[in-house]
Write a protein that binds this ligand. Structure first.
Ligand SMILES: [Zn+2]
Length: 424
């Protein structure tokens, strides 16, 4: 157990915060600090073909140790941390044999990690938790994933009696700013499928995510002295308000869950002459996703029609850009890759929690780039903030899941795509 703790701590104490305002890859030079360290470590544990490119993408191979042909499986994780909360000077705290009570993260600032607020804590009673000191994030997202992949590879290297096919490992920068997959060379990676080790609590297995688009809506107006404005002034802020009111009021993030999609107005800035509204559109269903985008166009057209005479040109301009798509479309045709992960979890006594992601992962982009890539738990909770923590036992279980997937894939009967019991 100490080994995995030491490894995890050696990663989280390296600051790798990414930066959305940077145009370089990696977005911050400091990500190289951990990237270079990981390259050394992969070589040192005995991985082959360890490469790092000029954008800090790391790849490595664990060669097959069986004679027969086995599909190459990949494991992917990201080494950057979110810019939403500081990741500098992380001082991890170890809580052994957690007693189910409040954990004082920082006595001086009275920062408490409490199970009365974070109920998930209670399922880890008796386990070893790694927390922050209340002043930074922890970085279990996704350094827990990296720890698990490296540890699993090391375990397979040291236990050659466990039979497996060729395994590829990929570590990326800049996932937290949505660019982790952008420069990922799927062809070079050469895996038939992969898993991101980037989920949260133990058992999570995800292969459905949102279809996502962003919209920027610009409203024009006409400024006239308010005392003489009758019939002349057009206030763009009021038109923007009408636009928001035309959106279905119960289809917002705060009113939806599960498979329910939404419109989310997240930015609004205006004056009389111009107001810019930004919103995002999310839906698991491709059809409903398209309908939502049409809805935006329809509201826009309706307002334009209303002001056509008075304004003379389009008073509202809607720009809609797709951001990512539901990986389900790419994963369902190769559903056995989810089934193997599910089976692996059951074999190491984990209850699989299969649920749709209300967001996206690097795996969904990779899936559309030709590498089907479901997401598996890395074990942490409360990502992107000071209450982030990870149970060491969950990390160990994730290591077992990786090892088991490698093992199951190398079994000659691995590729039963649809078990008979599930056939309709
Ligand atoms: Zn992550």
């Amino acid at each position: 157990m100490q080994h995995i703790i030491d490894r995890f701590i050696s990663y989280v104490t390296v600051d790798t915060e990414s930066d959305p305002n940077s145009t370089t890859t990696p977005s911050t030079a400091k990500q190289w600090d951990l990237a270079n360290k990981l390259v050394d470590e992969l070589k040192q544990i005995g991985m082959q073909d360890v490469t790092i490119d000029d954008k800090s993408y790391i790849m490595a191979t664990l060669p097959s140790n069986v004679e027969h042909e086995v599909p190459t499986v990949g494991f992917v994780a990201h080494f950057d941390t979110t810019p939403d909360f500081t990741g500098a000077n992380v001082k991890p705290q170890i809580v052994e044999n957690y007693d189910g009570k409040d954990i004082v993260l920082n006595a001086a600032e009275n920062i408490i990690l409490s199970p009365s607020y974070f109920k998930d804590l209670l399922q880890y009673k008796g386990q070893t938790l790694i927390t922050t000191d209340g002043t930074t994030l922890l970085g279990a997202d996704d350094k827990a994933g990296i720890t698990e992949i490296v540890t699993a590879m090391e375990f397979l290297i040291n236990n050659p009696e466990i039979k497996h096919g060729k395994i590829r490992v990929g570590f990326t920068p800049d996932e937290e700013i949505g660019r982790g997959a952008h420069h990922f060379d799927v062809e070079k990676f050469g895996a038939e499928w992969a898993y991101t080790m980037d989920g949260s609590q133990i058992g999570e297995l995800e292969y459905e995510n949102f279809n996502a688009a962003g919209a920027k809506i610009t409203f024009k107006g006409k400024s006239v002295h308010p005392g003489y404005a009758k019939g002349k002034m057009i206030n763009s802020m009021i038109i923007a308000n009408d636009f928001i009111n035309a959106l279905p009021e119960d289809e917002t993030p705060q009113e939806t869950k599960g498979y329910e999609g939404f419109y989310h107005v997240h930015h609004l800035k205006g004056s009389i002459e111009e107001t810019v509204l930004e919103l995002i559109i999310r839906d698991h269903s491709k059809k409903k996703f398209e309908k939502r985008k049409e809805k935006i166009e329809k509201i826009t057209a309706k307002i334009n029609k209303k002001f056509a005479k008075q304004f003379g040109e389009d008073i509202v301009i809607a720009e809609i850009n797709d951001q990512y798509y539901n990986m389900k479309e790419k994963v369902v045709p190769v559903k056995h890759i989810v089934d193997i992960a599910e089976k692996a979890m059951k074999e190491v006594n984990i209850k699989p929690l299969i649920k749709p992601i209300r967001g996206g992962t690097d795996g969904c982009q990779l899936s559309y780039m030709g590498l089907p890539c479901p997401n598996i738990f890395a074990g942490g909770h409360n990502f992107h903030g000071k209450y982030e923590y990870v149970p060491v036992e969950s990390m160990q279980k994730a290591v077992e899941v990786i090892v088991k997937i490698a093992e199951l894939t190398a079994q000659p009967n691995y590729s039963l795509p649809i078990p008979k019991s599930k056939k309709k």
